[in-house]
Design a protein around this ligand. Structure first.
Ligand code: GUN
Length: 299
C-alpha cells in the first residue's frame, strides 16, 4: 500500500526559526533594535501555560526579548485593558499576544480590539482581518500562515486547486480560506451545518482540518493524492489510561490515501510558534522602518 509523504513541521519550523534568528542578530548588531514579544496569559489553563512557556522560550532562543505577563483568573477586564495600553505604548514591545481563550467575564473581542494593529502579531484585530480579506499588507494569523508555508513547500503553486477548509473559526478557518483564495484556489468552507461533509472533502485537492474533534475526518473522505493539513491538537485518553495528542484527521486511515499529510504532533503545531516569531520580527522591522527581505513572497 502506498503511504502519503509526511510533512515535517518540526524540520520546516526549525529552518524558519534559524532564518529569523539570523535576521534578529543582524538588526540587533546593525540597527540596535531588539524585537520584543509580550505574551499575556490570564488564568491557569494547563494547555495555555504550555503554549505560553514555549512561545517565550522560542522567542528568547531567536534573540528576541520576551515579556511574560501571567495574571490570575479573577483579573478584571479593566486591568487587562490597562496592561495592553501600557504594552501598546512601550517601545521595547513590538508584538503583543493575549492567549485565548480568556475567562468568560472578559470580553475577548474588546481585548483584541485594544491591541495596536501594528503590534497585533496574532493578526486577530479587525484591521488585520480586513487587510487579509481585502488583499492588503497587515499581519497574518500564525496557524493559517504556517499551514500555507507547508503547502507551498510541498506543492509549489496552488493556483487552480480545489481546497476545503473544515472549520470556520476566526483563528484558523476564516483566515485560512482568505489565504487560499489569495493563492488562486477554489475554496469551500465547511462546518458543522454542512450537508454532505464527506462529499465536500472528497472533491478537494487540499484539505485543511480545523474542527477540534479527534479523528473526525475519515480516510475514505480523502481524495487519493490530496494534501492534508491537520490543524487539530486534541488530547485523548486511551483504554490503558494513558493520554496522547491526536489531530482532527483519522491519521492511520488518511495516510494510506493522501499524497502528503501533516502528523500530530510535529506538523502544524511548531509552525504556529515559528510564524509568531516571524510576525514579531516583521512588526519590529516595520515599526523601525527597517527593510526585511520577505523570506517568502506570499507572506
Ligand atoms: N489559542 C489557541 N490558538 C491561539 C493563537 O493562535 N493565538 C492566541 N492568542 N491564542 C490562541
Amino acid at each position: 500500500m502506498t503511504q502519503a509523504k509526511l510533512i515535517d513541521g518540526n524540520a520546516f519550523s526549525a529552518t524558519l526559526r534559524d532564518q529569523i534568528a539570523a535576521r534578529v542578530h543582524e538588526i540587533r548588531e546593525v540597527n540596535r533594535v531588539v524585537p520584543g514579544l509580550a505574551v499575556v496569559l490570564v488564568g491557569e489553563d494547563p494547555a495555555s501555560q504550555v503554549y505560553v512557556r514555549n512561545k517565550n522560550k522560542r522567542a528568547t532562543e531567536c534573540g528576541m526579548t520576551s515579556f511574560e505577563h501571567v495574571l490570575p483568573i479573577d483579573t478584571t477586564e479593566k486591568h487587562l485593558l490597562n496592561l495592553i495600553e501600557g504594552l501598546n505604548d512601550d517601545p521595547a514591545v513590538h508584538g503583543i499576544l493575549v492567549q485565548l481563550p480568556l475567562p468568560r467575564h472578559i470580553d475577548a473581542q474588546k481585548v483584541i480590539e485594544a491591541i495596536r494593529p501594528d503590534k497585533d502579531v496574532d493578526g486577530f484585530h479587525p484591521w488585520n482581518v480586513g487587510k487579509l480579506a481585502a488583499g492588503g499588507i497587515g499581519l497574518i494569523p500564525c496557524t493559517p500562515l504556517g499551514s500555507l508555508m507547508l503547502l507551498r513547500d510541498q506543492l509549489g503553486s496552488l493556483s487552480g486547486m480545489k481546497a476545503v477548509v473544515v472549520g470556520r473559526s476566526n483563528i484558523v478557518g476564516k483566515p485560512m480560506a482568505h489565504l487560499l483564495i489569495r493563492e488562486n484556489c477554489t475554496v469551500t468552507v465547511a462546518h458543522s451545518q454542512t450537508r454532505d461533509l464527506p462529499g465536500e472533502v472528497r472533491g478537494a485537492d487540499i484539505v485543511i482540518a480545523a474542527v477540534g474533534k479527534p479523528g473526525m475526518i475519515r480516510g475514505d473522505w480523502i481524495k487519493p493524492g490530496a494534501a492534508v493539513i491537520d490543524v487539530g491538537i486534541n488530547r485523548v485518553t486511551l483504554p490503558d489510561g494513558k493520554s496522547r495528542l491526536v489531530g482532527d484527521v483519522a491519521f492511520d486511515e488518511a495516510v494510506a490515501v493522501a499524497g502528503a499529510i501533516t502528523p500530530v504532533p510535529g506538523g502544524v503545531g511548531p509552525m504556529t510558534i515559528a510564524c509568531l516569531l516571524r510576525n514579531t520580527l516583521t512588526a519590529a522591522a516595520r515599526l523601525h522602518c527597517l527593510d526585511i527581505p520577505e523570506a517568502h513572497p506570499w507572506a
